[in-house]
Write a protein that binds this ligand. Structure first.
Ligand code: BG6
Length: 486
């Protein structure tokens, strides 16, 4: 069946098994992530024949024009080699509907299109529109029959108060269990691997505690600037865009005590306990300045010339309970840095051995992207007749193996597939979203109370020197990661 022919003027009795509706179909997220993810699912035969991908946008495009726009994006983003035949089959699932989604009455347009037995909406728009869309759908009675679920993009609101309000409205209209808060980092292979590494190995599990671990560092650095997303970023900044969600999620996986099972409810208990125990110790906020190659943030399109928004954030926190109680944890993220890399460093306390001198730091590194893998740095004897110690590295590069790369879905691909199958394990429960917001607010509060300045850092650097000084005050330094290319 060709789902694009399902449009009917009269009442439709035949309902597709799944209608996946994207609000914000002409936005960056849809082009860069959602449509390529859906194309991958098509390639892997994960879309039922009658799945409808309903793309709602404000721009006046015909279906053919829309397809012509998305084709180069999919060619660019596909993790398989592009296959024209698959693409031609894929676009049969797509409908493009021009609709002014801020106008309640415009939703009656949707009544011309069949509702699915299962309807999943993706709100790929700014959070101020979440309730507008939900109320628009309700206004024309679109939510009355069959199942209706929603995937929401972070930051899920403009403030804690707003996020609570949005959650209330959406819960009323869709039901609590039908709201999926997406944090695409949870769909990344190595983030899932953190728990397997920690709890699948006695040699790691037994040392993963405050007796052995001196400090933890989590870095998510990006080379890109704000690109075309200036207006969004002016509202979000690095705190709401990355730190209070992606980095906190990673941190909770690194730090949480062992859950009874990997079920979402058992995981929630342990994650909640971590989030309740976070204490904020220090913070550095920065903004990228120009260099000879790149514009300053303030000169980017749709950015205020005196913007005080941070494009870099580094925080020092600790958790006041659990196995890693009081271990310093440093999180940093930023745009226009010199490297694209996300990694976690577990740094051990110096060995208590008095048999050797010049011992090096023992470190476990979990590489999330672009390279995926894990490496161990430890001490060994240097070959020769004298007992000299050298630091050696054992490196498992997961993504260096072609088969692993082929079998690793992109984060959005995995998460959409899960949502289609009603599996919410890798979505963030509302309780955690709320706690992340509380943490974010506490950071912003501290910045305000202590009048912390926003520091500038040059584009293409490792970030502001103030972030280095934050660690130096504790006698530490950031451990950077070399890139491996396969
Ligand atoms: C998104 C942020 O959630 O994550 C972007 O909004 C950021 O600003 C992106 O660039 C990074 O994701 P990834 O998967 O490329 O690390």
């Amino acid at each position: 069946m060709d789902p694009s022919t399902l449009k009917v003027g009269e009442k439709m009795f035949k309902n597709p098994s799944l209608v996946f509706t994207i609000f914000g179909s002409t936005g960056d997220l849809t082009y860069r992530k959602l449509l390529p993810a859906l194309y991958h699912l098509k390639h892997r035969n994960r879309l039922t024949d009658d799945t409808v991908i309903r793309c709602i946008g404000r721009k006046e495009y015909s279906k053919d024009e829309y397809i012509a726009i998305i084709e180069p994006w999919i060619k660019k983003q596909t993790r398989f080699s592009f296959n024209q035949e698959t693409f031609n089959e894929f676009v049969k699932h797509i409908q493009y509907i021009k609709m002014e989604f801020t106008n309640k009455d415009a939703y009656s347009t949707l009544l011309d299109y069949p509702v699915g037995l299962d309807n999943l909406y993706y709100f790929a728009v700014a959070p101020e529109y979440f309730t507008v869309i939900a109320e628009g759908l309700n206004h024309v009675n679109y939510l009355s029959d069959f199942k209706h679920r929603v995937i929401l993009e972070k930051p899920f609101g403009d403030s804690l108060e707003h996020a609570i309000e949005v959650n209330k409205v959406l819960t009323n209209l869709f039901g609590f269990e039908n709201l999926y808060h997406i944090d695409h980092y949870l769909g990344k292979e190595m983030i899932q691997n953190i728990l397997a590494i920690r709890f699948g190995n006695r040699m790691f599990e037994s040392v993963w505690n405050h007796d052995n671990i001196e400090q933890i560092q989590i870095t998510a650095s990006e080379i890109v600037g704000v690109e075309t997303r200036g207006s969004y970023y002016e509202q979000a900044g690095a705190l709401k865009d990355m730190l209070q969600n992606h980095l906190l999620q990673i941190m909770s996986y690194v730090v949480m005590d062992k859950p009874n099972t990997l079920n979402s409810s058992d995981m929630l208990v342990k994650q909640k306990s971590i989030m309740e125990g976070i204490s904020l110790d220090d913070i550095v906020l920065g903004q990228y300045d120009k260099n000879d190659k790149f514009l300053a943030y303030r000169d980017e399109k749709n950015v205020h010339p005196n913007s005080q928004i941070e494009t870099y954030a580094a925080v020092k926190i600790h958790i006041n309970k659990g196995q890693l109680k009081n271990v310093p944890i440093y999180l940093r993220t930023g745009k226009r840095l010199k490297q694209r890399a996300t990694y976690i460093k577990i740094i051990f306390k110096p060995s208590s051995s008095n048999l050797y001198s010049n011992l090096h730091q023992e470190v476990i590194t979990i590489k999330v992207q672009p390279d995926e893998g894990i490496s161990l740095s430890f001490n060994a004897k240097k070959p020769g007749t004298i007992n000299t110690i050298t630091d050696v590295k054992m490196d498992f590069c997961q993504s260096c193996i072609l088969e692993n790369r082929i079998n690793t879905p992109e984060a959005y691909e995995r998460l959409l597939d899960d949502a289609f199958g009603h599996d919410d394990t890798l979505f963030t429960p509302w309780q955690i979203v709320e706690m992340s917001w509380k943490f974010g607010e506490s950071v912003r509060e501290l910045v305000k109370i202590e009048n912390r300045p926003l520091v500038l850092y040059p584009a293409n650097s490792q970030g502001p020197k103030e972030a280095d000084e934050m660690l130096q005050r504790d006698g530490f330094e950031w451990l950077d990661e070399d890139e491996i290319s396969y």
